[in-house]
Design a protein around this ligand. Structure first.
Ligand SMILES: [Fe+2]
Length: 370
């Protein structure tokens, strides 16, 4: 059998084209922003996960990785546990003016570690997108070098051992966010046309209709991660998971040991994804939010054309345990039911696509894992 899930795409198929002239080009993914009722509890989880405190006050917590970004995770104290937004950077100060003018916003001084200037936008689903320029980078923290592996044809270690430390894996950066939206077409176009995101691999229903897109930053000839943003069809606007890069497979696996030792709730892994190729492991924070450790992902430059693939469980991984049934939260809460009823009443085609997606994802994957 084949793990390839490419769907036929040709004349007459629905394409997900690049933005011919995006408003600006996002340069980096900077941070994820959450509201949490307990900053201490949030910090304890993130420290075990491998982040480091950058700054903390009564109402704000900023966490960093080992890289030069002043922070990659921001938490604001509040009554609810919810995703608030994300931060992107642009490489030119004029880009902020362009965005402010286009969206009727303004350029302000950014608070928080690193300072700089910011324009605050809302995506079509109301998620706050803070676009920054001019942050002062922090001094990177030392990171252990990646482990070199002995292979029968490539001996690199003699009279020596492999003993990675039992400690939280060093998070090197925030790698990607997965956003769910009840209006995929509108949301995905907004990110493509506003920030120049490039579809790397597009997930489709069996009839070829796109319903999810892995997207990367456009940095021309400079290779960038296969995806910095994955926008996918969902019953409500939310973040499915936030993903953090670690140095290698041993860091992913030792991270699992540390998270197990601290009795956190495991979500999925260790395995290797198909699209993007990352070795992954997912853990839930005290409020159920999924956080991914990953290593060894693909990098594409801007020339790489998109792939089109069937959205099903089979296509989510190459090896590892099967996708747990509770990984994708499809419970029909009152808000989701209300969203679904609105879509059923106003947009039959979109309603049918949602049912087809549910059907596709609920089909069992590999028979040897049932
Ligand atoms: Fe991921």
């Amino acid at each position: 059998m084949s793990l390839q899930t490419t769907v036929k795409h040709g004349p007459g198929s629905i394409e997900l084209p690049r933005g011919p002239s995006p408003l600006v080009k996002a340069h980096e993914l900077l941070f994820a922003h959450f509201e949490r009722p307990d900053l201490d509890k949030a910090e304890a989880y993130l420290c075990d996960f491998g982040l480091v405190r950058a700054e903390k006050s009564d109402n704000e917590l900023f966490m960093r990785g080992a890289g030069p970004k002043p922070y990659i995770y921001r938490i604001t104290r509040g009554p609810r546990a919810r995703f608030l937004g994300l931060g992107l950077s642009v490489s030119e100060a004029e880009n902020l003016e362009t965005l402010a003018k286009a969206f009727g916003s303004r350029v302000e001084c950014a608070g928080g570690p690193g300072g700089g200037f910011v324009v605050r936008l809302r995506d079509p689903q109301g998620i706050e997108v803070e676009v920054l320029h001019g942050m002062t980078p922090s001094t990177p923290l030392p990171v252990r070098p990646p482990i070199q592996h002995n292979a029968p044809t490539h001996i690199v270690r003699v009279n020596d051992t492999q003993r990675p430390k039992f400690e939280p894996p060093q998070v090197t950066k925030l790698g990607h966010l997965v956003l769910e939206t009840p209006d995929f077409d509108r949301s995905v176009r907004w990110y493509i046309d506003t920030f120049g995101f490039i579809p790397s691999d597009v997930m489709c229903l069996p009839d070829g209709t796109p319903i999810g897109s892995f997207m990367r930053l456009d940095r021309g000839a400079e290779p960038t991660d296969h995806h910095t943003l994955f926008v996918s069809t969902g019953l409500e606007s939310k973040v499915d998971h936030v993903a953090f890069e670690v140095i290698d497979l041993d860091a992913v696996e030792m991270g699992q040991q540390v998270m197990m030792a601290n009795s956190y709730r495991h979500a999925w892994g260790v395995g290797r994804h198909l699209l993007g190729s990352q070795i992954f492991d997912y853990w839930r924070d005290p409020w159920g939010q999924k956080h991914e450790h990953y290593a060894d992902g693909d990098l594409f430059d801007a020339d790489q054309p998109p792939g089109y693939h069937l959205m099903d469980r089979e296509g989510l991984y190459q090896w590892g345990p099967d996708l747990p049934d509770d990984f994708i939260d499809a419970r029909l809460t009152a808000r989701r039911l209300w969203n679904l009823l609105k879509i059923a009443a106003n947009d039959r085609a979109r309603f049918r696509r949602m049912l087809a997606l549910k059907d596709s994802l609920s089909r069992p994957s590999r028979k040897w894992q049932r």
